[in-house]
Design a binder for this molecule. Structure first.
Ligand SMILES: *Cc1c(COP(=O)(O)O)cnc(C)c1O
Length: 420
């Protein structure tokens, strides 16, 4: 459910026609619906409300825009961060250090220091080496870093290879069968306070089965650790719940996810941490674009060339991902088209041979479900500048990220004197 709906034949974001945003801000532009963001945060909270001690840390990498983070913070969510830059954003958005989880396989010493100084609630340690390093940094400051050890459960998430993170060959977490040994070694270090385990097997999961398998394996580790005398008070179950990108896809609901978690974690007697990203922001955003021209050639499907490109929305080029495409003012006709951006790469293709609303030069269209892993993956490839972002609230909107123009980017570059 989201708040991008047709009213009187025009696509609206909440109570605002998208054509108004295109006119006032230009295209391409990401448009987020505040009501949808709030709704998804609340649905997720409600789905976990039956658990005795659940904490939700929004995975900032899905959508790190400060206005989006502010909505999450107002809903009482913490943050899962994977870099010093994301940590800084969570703090700017007003999230408490204690509500922040620091994940990531390559935390650098300066990021560890940044996390310690912010008093973050949990470092998710991804290797024995990292734990030893963090312990030394914390101890040298007279601190103890609160930690969970990220486990690689060797479970196939059944998702795209590039966003699968829980197979033994993936770079994330410590090997399942070495968890006990590593945990007890790290628990002895003065600079660490080992509180529990963490797992995250991948993103855009369409089935709860791999999650259930992974959580069940985590429960076995939990019992093993306790039997060995370790203290375990936190279990972090990561994110990964997928969202439908096509109208005909069926995904598990947050309620079904919550029920499964309740079943598997019964008797654990720990705090449970969740790190949803996509499930909260995915369909709370669209990428609004204008058709530059329609290129017709011979007997093939025409190319609808739009002003958004793979630098603005990388998912189709990166993962072969599907985004539904709809006209802002459909004229009732359909066409079969290839929808492409202006970038000089064949990979800059959003849809091939797709049945879409008929589009002509100057028409507006949206790529739906662009609120997660959209703007945050943007680049300036082909010197196109960075796409703008807007948030709608009822019938008003605000630009929540300025468009960064190509000239602003080249202004930050220098030709050295010895070349001039
Ligand atoms: C990316 C990531 C998430 C969020 O994944 P979603 O699929 O967006 O829910 C959560 N935890 C970690 C460690 C991640 O890397």
């Amino acid at each position: 459910m989201n708040h991008f709906e047709y009213k009187g034949g025009v696509l609206y974001a909440e109570d605002l026609p998208l054509s108004v945003i295109a006119r006032e801000v230009g295209t391409p532009v990401y448009v987020y619906s505040r009501a949808t963001l709030e709704r998804h945060a609340r649905v997720f909270k409600a789905a976990l409300a039956h658990l005795p001690n659940a904490h939700i840390a929004f995975a900032i990498k899905a959508n790190p825009n400060l206005a989006v983070l502010k909505v999450m913070q107002r809903e009482g969510l913490g943050a899962d961060v994977v870099s010093g830059g994301e940590l800084a954003r969570a703090l700017i958005a007003g999230m408490a250090g204690a509500d922040i989880v620091f994940s990531g396989v390559g935390k650098m010493p300066r990021e560890m220091i940044q996390g310690l100084e912010a008093g973050i609630g949990q470092f998710n340690i991804e290797s024995e080496e990292e734990g030893v390093e963090l312990a030394a940094i914390a101890a040298s400051r007279g601190l103890r870093a609160a930690c969970a050890l990220r486990v690689n459960p060797d479970v196939d998430a059944g998702t795209h290879d590039k966003i699968s993170t829980g197979k033994a060959e993936n770079k994330f977490g410590v090997p399942y069968d070495r968890t006990g040994a590593i945990y007890s070694r790290l628990a002895k270090l003065e600079g660490l306070e080992m509180r529990g385990l963490a797992v995250h097997i991948g993103s855009q999961l369409q089935s709860l089965d791999p999650l259930e398998t992974a959580f069940t394996k985590m429960g076995e580790l939990l019992r093993e650790l306790r039997a060995g005398g370790q203290i375990v008070t936190t279990m972090d179950l990561g994110g990964g719940l997928g969202v439908p990108y096509r109208a005909d896809e069926v995904f598990p609901t947050p309620e079904e996810y919550g029920a499964m978690v309740g079943r598997v974690t019964r008797g654990w007697d720990t705090r449970l941490v969740f790190e949803p990203g996509r499930a909260i922001t995915g369909n709370a955003g669209v990428l609004l674009t204008e058709v530059i021209r329609v290129k017709r050639s011979s007997n093939r499907a025409p190319f609808v060339v739009v002003d958004a490109a793979m630098n603005d929305l990388a998912r189709p080029a990166m993962y072969g991902a599907w985004h539904d495409i709809d006209a802002v003012k459909p004229n009732g006709q359909r066409m079969v088209a290839n929808v492409v951006g202006p970038i000089c790469e064949t990979g800059d293709t959003f849809a091939t041979g797709r049945d879409i609303d008929a589009l002509e030069a100057g028409d507006l269209a949206v790529f739906r479900t662009a609120g997660a892993y959209g703007a945050t993956m943007a680049s300036s490839y082909n010197s196109r500048g960075f796409v703008a972002e807007v948030m709608v609230d009822g019938d008003k909107f605000a630009v929540v990220a300025d468009r960064i123009l190509p000239a602003q980017i080249s202004d930050a570059e220098r030709v050295p004197e010895w070349l001039a």
